[in-house]
Design a protein around this ligand. Structure first.
Ligand SMILES: C[S@@+](CC[C@H](N)C(=O)[O-])C[C@H]1O[C@@H](n2cnc3c(N)ncnc32)[C@H](O)[C@@H]1O
Length: 259
């Protein structure tokens, strides 16, 4: 257990957003992240999902694993890490002061960029792997960031807690992807923005699920967003991956963005 002193401003602010959930007490770990999962394993049972628990993966993820996986999705000549982040974060368009959630943050590769962009806002990186959030917390040097070990399918936040949400390379790895989408949509404030980077089937091919990994049909995600009332939907397909952004409408036209 940590005393939340200097440098834990983000954690303190995030704790004020957590909603009470039954008997589960958020634990501030000595590794610098907060854990609401305790002994529960929220990651799918398949080998390609369970690998995210491995400490070695968290260590080599950004330098080796992620670049290789990105090639598989975006092709040999597809966007490299910096270009990919520019595209995804450009679509999310966060502003100074925003509260942002990064769902399935891994070792914090997007979370850190978001924290720099929101300056005096708050960025919460959520991941179900202790190894990943521990690595993320270790690499974090900003005070407006907090890392949380939690399940994307049961986010422990009240409705409308965040101005923006991003989830990169995650939703297709989750056993119940649509439940994770429901949760992300729920914690987003009216007027809030969302950016997702996920798998994408080849033109004309249907979506599929294999070994716990979903390949989304071309229109599956954009249709879901439309059906859930999202507006300003933008989709950019890059080979077997897609960048999708949208905005949750304000409750009444003309309403300010609320929290
Ligand atoms: C491919 S990594 C993506 C990491 C990072 N967003 C990136 O862009 O590189 C997928 C992440 O999703 C996390 N994850 C898988 N299932 C999850 C769940 N149910 N809830 C939260 N995180 C989950 C894994 O632990 C892993 O860190």
């Amino acid at each position: 257990m940590n005393h939340l002193g200097e440098g834990f401003g983000g954690v303190k602010e995030m704790m004020t957003l957590l909603k009470p959930a039954g008997d589960s007490v958020p634990l501030v770990t000595s590794a610098g992240y907060v854990d609401v999962l305790a002994g529960h394993d929220a990651i799918g049972p398949h080998r390609g999902q369970q690998v995210f628990h491995k400490k070695f993966l968290a260590l080599v993820y950004e330098r080796l694993w992620r670049p290789l996986v990105s090639r598989a999705f975006f092709g040999l000549f597809g966007p490299r890490a910096a270009t990919e982040r520019r595209l995804a974060l450009g679509m999310l368009a966060v502003s100074s002061g925003d509260r942002v959630i990064d769902v399935g943050c891994g070792p914090g590769n997007y979370t850190r960029e978001l924290a720099a962009a929101t300056i005096d806002g708050l960025v919460v990186g959520v991941d179900a792997s202790a190894a990943m959030v521990a690595a993320a917390a270790k690499r974090s040097s900003r005070t407006n960031v907090a890392y949380l070990r939690a399940d994307a399918c049961a986010l422990p936040f009240a409705d409308g807690s965040f101005d923006a949400a991003c989830s990169v390379g995650v939703i297709h790895m989750i056993e119940r992807p649509m439940l994770a989408l429901d949760e992300i949509a729920r914690v987003l404030a009216p007027g809030g923005r969302i950016t997702l980077v996920v798998s994408c089937a080849a033109e004309g091919r249907p979506g599929s699920v294999r070994n716990g990994v979903t390949v989304f049909g071309r229109d599956e995600l954009t249709d879901w967003l439309r059906e859930h009332g999202f507006v300003a939907i933008d989709q950019r397909v890059v080979r077997r991956g897609q960048f999708v952004s949208a905005r949750k409408p304000a409750v009444h036209a003309g309403d300010p963005i609320g929290r």
